[in-house]
Design a protein around this ligand. Structure first.
Ligand code: AMP
Ligand code: MG
Length: 473
């Protein structure tokens, strides 16, 4: 059996100006690290027994039948500065498949060599970010968060130059699409109304077939992004680089660069080494997604028959977004403390708990999980701070049908903690992939209690704390 991918390519049918046709650059010695068999099955990909053949395809060394390799063009605001031309500088779309669930998905290689959009970059990725994205994106999926997924990771057998020489790797990423806010921005900035209209038609057909006009499409994207960011926050997730080119129209999380989950709760937490002003810090995410949607709205204006009226309408839509995020956030956090339907006073109860957690540097994930398990007081240096809060909480829970069940299904036991990711990467660089495989296995069921995973639940000790994360480009 040879590896067969049932391609059904649609982006390739868009005009030439949307992308550059470019093949992956072969690598010296592809060696498979992992292939996601469940996902392959969902994509209706037949995997052969021969691992070398799988590695050859997912390193870019062999182009599968029916692939139409291309690098997509887009622009984007990076830390608030508009860059009029970005594009896939180290990624190549092989094509799309229609899965067993009827969904169309992109299959993309990341780290597969230079493209016309590589600028000064080498088009490559090193092993660290490839494994980080594999583990974290799959964990996010298991946590129920809309996200791109990881289909395969392959070592290239080549070292690449970063600050030091590091082992190269290629990630195969799967996404509902790679259409970004920045994809709309590039055609709007170029005043290419025809391309903008084609992109709108394509996006509508692919993601929002019921959308009645660009305003309606904007409303739906706003809804999904509001839900997404509130979901991230409910898990202590910090994306780290919410540039408009890393913000999808589909509402999926994309581009796991300097992302991290916070350990002890602090709304100001920032991990990314390049985010010096905390633009993309934990709590700031709720503001910046609104800013990003304002950029999408701006790019959609030329599509409206009456631009002046559109400005007014879009402004109102964007201004309504913070309330949408707040509602999503409040109901997610209420569920985390066992409340199934919000009543007056519930949000204050959540805020009070978070304030106490912050003051006591309580671990975010473990404190919420411990609420269900009845031992949350141990997460506080001063248990009295918890007990004062808990008396009101216990009274409120008396009116809930099954708060423990709700808490156990909303508060994960294990998350991909940053120090475990760093340790896993260090091991893989030294040739030991066991920690990578273990993380994937454990994180596939993040809500399950399992005594064997106690080490992965533990917050970092002082020597393990990871103060900063890097984009890995
Ligand atoms: P990111 O911060 O990962 O979203 O990337 C921002 C832009 O830089 C995108 O256009 C990437 O394709 C490009 N880029 C990042 N790393 C590389 C690389 N190693 N070689 C070429 N382009 C890159
Ligand atoms: Mg990006």
């Amino acid at each position: 059996m040879t590896l067969h991918i049932p391609f059904d390519n649609s982006y390739a049918a868009l005009p030439q100006g949307f992308y550059s046709r470019i093949a992956p650059t072969p690598v010296a010695a592809p060696a498979l690290i992992a292939v996601n068999r469940d996902l392959a099955k969902q994509l209706r990909i037949d995997l052969p027994d021969d691992l070398a053949e799988i590695a050859s395809i997912f390193s870019g060394n062999t182009l599968p039948d029916g692939a139409f390799p291309l690098a997509q063009l887009y622009a984007g605001h990076q830390f608030g500065q508009f860059n009029p031309q970005l594009g896939d500088g180290r990624a190549i779309l092989l094509g799309e498949t229609i899965g067993s669930d009827g969904m169309r998905r992109d299959i993309q290689l990341k780290g597969s060599g230079p493209t016309p959009y590589s600028r000064m970059g080498d088009g490559r990725a090193w092993l660290g970010p490839v494994l980080r994205e594999y583990v974290v994106s799959e964990a996010m999926h298991a946590l129920g968060v809309p996200t791109t997924r990881a289909l395969a990771a392959v070592r290239t057998g080549e070292d690449i130059q970063r600050e030091t020489l590091l082992p190269g790797a290629v990630l195969t990423r799967v996404a509902s699409s790679h259409i970004r806010v920045g994809t709309f921005q590039i055609f709007a900035a170029r005043r290419d109304g025809a391309a903008l209209q084609q992109l709108y038609d394509y996006t509508k057909q692919r993601h929002y077939p019921d959308a009645t006009d660009p305003a309606d499409l904007l409303a739906r994207v706003i809804e999904r992004q509001a839900a997404l960011v509130a979901h991230w926050m409910s898990l202590g997730f910090i994306h780290g680089v919410m540039n408009t080119d890393n913000c999808t129209l589909s509402g999926e999380t994309i581009d796991y660069g300097p992302c991290a989950f916070m350990d002890s709760y602090d709304p100001q937490t920032v991990f990314s080494s390049i985010d010096r002003f905390g633009r993309y810090g934990y709590a700031a995410q709720a503001d910046i997604i609104v800013w990003n949607m304002a950029q999408l709205a701006t790019a959609l204006i030329p599509l409206m028959p009456d631009p002046e009226a559109a400005v007014e309408r879009f402004t109102a839509q964007v201004h309504a977004m913070p309330d949408l995020i707040r509602a999503e956030y409040e109901s997610r956090f209420a569920a985390k403390i066992g409340i199934s339907a919000l009543r007056p006073g519930d949000s204050a109860l959540v805020t009070d708990l978070l304030t106490r957690m912050h003051a006591q540097q309580a671990d975010f994930t473990n404190t919420f999980r411990a609420l269900a398990d009845g031992d949350a007081r141990d997460q506080f240096t001063d248990p009295a701070a918890f007990e004062t809060w808990a008396s009101g909480w216990t009274q409120r829970l008396a009116q809930e049908p099954d708060p423990k069940e709700l808490m156990r299904r909303t508060n994960p036991v294990v998350i991909p903690r940053n120090h475990r990711i760093e340790q896993m990467i260090a091991a893989a660089v030294a040739g030991d992939d066991a920690p990578f495989h273990r993380l994937n296995q454990v994180l596939a069921t993040p809500f399950a209690d399992n005594p064997e995973t106690a080490d992965l639940r533990r917050p970092p000790d002082v020597s393990e704390v990871v103060p900063a994360t890097f984009c890995g480009t």
